[in-house]
Ligand binder design. Sequence first.
Ligand SMILES: CC(C)(COP(=O)(O)OP(=O)(O)OC[C@H]1O[C@@H](n2cnc3c(N)ncnc32)[C@H](O)[C@@H]1OP(=O)(O)O)[C@@H](O)C(=O)NCCC(=O)NCCS
Length: 183
Amino acid sequence: MAECGLPKDVRLKDGRIATVSFLSGKDSARELQRFINAFVTERTFLGYDKRFSLKEEEAFKKTQLSLRRKREGHLIIARVGGALAGSTGARREKFKGRHNVSLGIAIAKPFRGIGLGEALLRANIRETERSLKPKNVFLSVLAPNERARKLYRKLGFRKFAVFPEWMLHQGKFVNHIFMRLES
Ligand SMILES: CC(C)(COP(=O)(O)OP(=O)(O)OC[C@H]1O[C@@H](n2cnc3c(N)ncnc32)[C@H](O)[C@@H]1OP(=O)(O)O)[C@@H](O)C(=O)NCCC(=O)NCCS
């Protein structure tokens, strides 16, 4: 049965089925580590440029499970044929910013361009609105990441702030764009 609010299965554009769930204690930190470190190696548009150790990934997993218990966020993952194919997270800001929730998303390279990012982000928005009741839902993106910006616009996010030449990406300072969900 689908977990409350999440679509259990999503049919991708190439016919494969992605299974969507919240991160659970049973998901292995080693697998999460391999998943995230592949983006670091690829030098893609995520904000990380250093590989994570297993210990760091175990701490990350613990934090994510605890965020959900405390209704401060969640991590949704998708598996295709058993392999971890994508993840999307939500996290409440602290104290006076607690009504604002930031989202993030990462799809492993072999699973891009077949509708998984869109399906996961839609699921995350629905779950964020249902369980965290935010005033603002926002995310940030490196300016040259046109694929992600197009997806975010499609789902109703609009630019509200630009931090100029803020992030060092592949040896160049690039703008960091903040987008808020408007519809
Ligand atoms: C950006 C990312 C999340 C998009 O997810 P995805 O699964 O590849 O995208 P989808 O197949 O669901 O496509 C959704 C929309 O994204 C855009 N998109 C997807 N592939 C694209 C491409 N090659 N060029 C331009 N836009 C593209 C389109 O708007 C598309 O909608 P459409 O098919 O109606 O045109 C994913 O590619 C990714 O994780 N990339 C690497 C890490 C990253 O950049 N994360 C985001 C950090 S802010």
